[in-house]
Design a protein around this ligand. Structure first.
Ligand code: 48H
Length: 260
């Protein structure tokens, strides 16, 4: 059998990309929720929100999604979760091994790709290579984000004067990990003070991160390691249960806020 691809021209391919991207971008200029950061906490929050029928856009500065979830720790692509977070691996259909009581190990590539697929399947929209530049602030409430192409920050100063654009939303979630980039935009303006991430203490850290997942400033919810940075909580090192559980909690808090 001879393989014959459909007769499609170069210009049609270009139109398909530009037209579809522009249509979607225009639609998401105003949306329910914007999640900044496509690591484990942001992805699971996006999945849960989209599953609940919320219009959600995830902004990620890299060309890949997953953040630190691709690598468990120490450049070794096995990741761990502590009980009860293996229930989320079950939900995602990620195979894992019980290492000892309460500690589970999975292949990071398998876990991360399942999480990304589940988030996309649920209907969350993703913008890659787009970085947070600033926040939109209306009447002391975060009401969206200002973004630019990630590549712009890598340009030499002489040609980097590319103005960003704004995307409005009812709520924003800071899922940017250790950087807590969205929260820091508010700190730069003296609107709040963050404590900075605490030292390692796995035993305490994970519960605290999930418990503190909340609205940190009107209109802005924090999740994942951004919670540690914002509230000064201990870090947990290369174990991801709290990231997944915090993402779920962030989605619950967001849905509650949207109802009000
Ligand atoms: C657009 C941005 C920007 C920006 C960052 O680091 P992540 O994996 O974050 P979490 O919180 O979902 O998971 C943290 C986990 O990976 C980890 O580091 C742990 C558990 N550490 C414990 C410890 O003790 O060290 O993902 C954040 C994502 C990344 O993909 C970034 O590229 C992205 O956010 N991001 N995207 N604009 N300004 N800043």
């Amino acid at each position: 059998m001879t393989l014959k691809f459909a007769p499609v021209s170069e210009s049609q391919i270009t139109r398909a990309i530009v037209g579809e991207f522009a249509k979607e971008f225009e639609n998401y200029a105003e949306t329910d929720v914007i999640i900044v950061g496509g690591g484990p906490s942001g992805l699971i929050a996006g999945k849960e929100l989209a599953s609940a029928g919320v219009e959600v856009l995830i902004i990620e500065r890299n060309n890949y999604l997953g953040g630190g979830f691709w690598l468990g720790g120490f450049l070794m692509n096995k990741l761990t979760v502590r009980s009860p977070a293996e229930s989320i691996l079950d939900e995602l259909g990620v195979p894992y091994k019980k290492y000892n009581k309460g500690l589970y190990v999975a292949d990071a590539s398998h876990a991360c790709s399942k999480l990304i697929a589940a988030t996309c399947d649920a209907g969350a929209k993703i913008l890659n290579m787009v970085a947070l530049d600033d926040v939109v602030l209306h009447n002391e409430k975060v009401s969206g984000v200002v973004v630019n192409w990630s590549a712009v920050s890598a340009l030499p100063k002489e040609i980097a004067c590319v103005d960003p654009v704004s995307l409005e939303s009812k709520l924003v979630i800071d899922a940017t990990g250790h950087d807590a980039s969205v929260v820091k935009k508010l700190e730069e303006r003296g609107l709040l003070k963050i404590k900075g991430q605490g030292a390692m203490w796995v035993e305490r850290s994970e519960n605290l991160v999930v418990e503190h997942t909340s609205e940190f400033y009107p209109g802005l919810i924090v999740t994942g390691m951004a919670v540690s940075a914002a509230y000064g909580l201990p870090r947990m090192g290369p174990t991801f249960g709290a990231m997944l559980m915090s993402g779920k909690r962030a989605a619950e808090v967001t849905v509650e806020k949207l109802k009000r």
